[in-house]
Design a protein around this ligand. Structure first.
Ligand SMILES: Cc1ncc(C[n+]2csc(CCOP(=O)(O)OP(=O)(O)O)c2C)c(N)n1
Length: 430
């Protein structure tokens, strides 16, 4: 196979082996890390460490609950990325907006949503932060200005621009932080949104959580431009890079960017260089990277690094760090109990909060209590264009020859096919 062949995912990934010849993130061209940040005082240091521990323990338990079938659907954990998540939220004001991807449990927790509501959401219970309707990928907490996780890669970017436009229009000082993966920088929405954000001077900070992979495809295989901090420059969005394994570096970098966004209405792009210690989702055989590579990155565990810094600096003792960890575990265990004892949403609430467009479109896009299917083609007489679209669509699907054997599925295909890879055993007839 050729180097750069996107189907070459069974091989160890180039460009991310800190122990090998390849440049480490710190050695790559582009903006530099500033590793020597002042230690926070004891109280703040403990708060930041606790938040990271809470997320780590929460994610570990979530993985266990998934294995015990308490959680359905997909589950994307952010273990390894805690410094990026907590450093970002530590730099934000409570009025700022945060919008994210499907890998967002940590971000919701960092914004202050109680862990029991986050766990209950994973369990699909009515007490969950999205009333059990969103699940792992679609948490939403408007009260804390967490504007959602999104399952569509890059789908959150245009919404971030909309939030920035609203903040500007309303004359507030609120800014927006939009987190996205390295893979999402290849989506069309990345260029479209950055262009508008620069053109309209929107107060948005885009943070690329560069965890080195888009599913099973390493950065060097999915992006021609691996210096992601520079990927927005052509659109008028200056970029910088921080060490996503160092919570203080992330916090200081995001704070500077937010100051600029707020004061000068200058959107900024940040590349936070980090690593995901677990698979893309829990169903990932991880055949696209070596155990040695993961072990190398684990040596830079963001929680261990920060705890040691605090201990060495005299801000806390080792025993205090252990105490915080125990507390985090207790809080997470209480969240599991709460989730498990919570009720599922009532069946007759199925159609609550379902949006129906205005009367003129009623029936075409709506669902209601009659059946779970959208009601097609009603009440559109008199709307010539809708009538025409309805007929054209019906003619297209009627009698279409679907090959039931062709299955599009999410998952990290062993052969590196990713989302759109062939089903196990290959394509029918291949
Ligand atoms: C528009 C779209 N295409 C494909 C997918 C399938 N998919 C889910 S996650 C993912 C990889 C995204 O990687 P990245 O943006 O780096 O985020 P990470 O998972 O590493 O946090 C893909 C391709 C999707 N959800 N949405």
């Amino acid at each position: 196979m050729e180097a750069g062949d996107p189907t070459n995912a069974g091989q160890p990934s180039p460009g991310v082996n800190l122990a090998g010849e390849s440049p480490s993130p710190q050695q790559q061209a582009g903006p530099r890390f500033q590793p020597d940040h002042m230690l926070p005082d004891t109280e703040r240091g403990k708060a930041v460490l606790y938040r990271m521990l809470l997320i780590r323990r929460f994610e570990e338990r979530a993985g266990e609950m998934y294995a015990r079938a308490k959680i359905g659907g997909f589950l994307h954990l952010c273990i390894g990325e805690e410094a990026t998540v907590v450093g970002t939220s530590a730099a934000m004001r409570s009025n700022d907006y945060l919008i994210s991807t499907y890998r967002e449990h940590g971000q919701v927790l960092a914004r202050g949503t109680p862990p029991q509501e986050v766990m209950a959401e994973l369990f699909g219970r009515a007490t969950g932060v999205s009333k059990g309707r969103g699940g792992s990928m679609h948490m939403f907490d408007a009260e804390r200005r967490f504007m959602g996780g999104y399952g569509i890669v890059g789908g959150n970017l245009p919404i971030a621009a909309g939030l920035g436009l609203a903040a500007t229009y309303q004359g507030t000082e609120d800014a927006v932080v939009c987190m996205l993966g390295d893979g999402a920088t290849n989506q069309g929405t990345f260029g479209e949104t950055l262009n508008l954000a620069a053109l309209w001077k929107l107060p948005v900070v885009f943070i690329i959580v560069n965890n080195q992979f888009g599913m099973g495809t390493s950065l060097a295989r999915h992006s021609a431009m691996t210096n992601l901090a520079a990927k927005g420059e052509g659109f008028g969005v200056p970029g910088t890079r921080c060490d996503g394994m160092d919570v203080l570096d992330v916090e200081s970098c995001v704070k500077n960017a937010l100051d600029l966004a707020r004061a000068d209405h200058q959107p900024v792009l940040i590349e936070a260089v980090t690593y995901r210690f677990r698979g893309h989702s829990v169903a990932d055989p991880e055949e696209y990277r070596t155990k040695e590579e993961v072990d190398e990155w684990r040596k830079r565990d963001p929680i261990v690094q920060f705890a040691n810094k605090l201990i060495r600096g005299g801000a806390i003792t080792g025993a205090e760090a252990e105490g915080l960890d125990k507390l985090a575990l207790q809080e997470v265990d209480a969240a599991v109990t709460f989730a498990d004892q919570s009720p599922f949403p009532a069946l007759d609430s199925l159609y609550d909060d379902v949006y129906v467009l205005g009367d003129q479109l009623r029936g075409w896009y709506s669902v209601d209590a009659r059946s779970p299917e959208t009601q097609r083609g009603e009440n559109i007489a008199g709307h010539a264009e809708l009538q025409r679209l309805a007929e054209a669509s019906a003619a297209q699907t009627e009698g279409a020859d679907f090959d039931e054997q062709v299955v599009m599925r999410e998952g990290v295909a062993r052969d590196g096919g990713g989302s759109f890879g062939p089903p196990p055993g290959g394509m029918p007839g291949a």
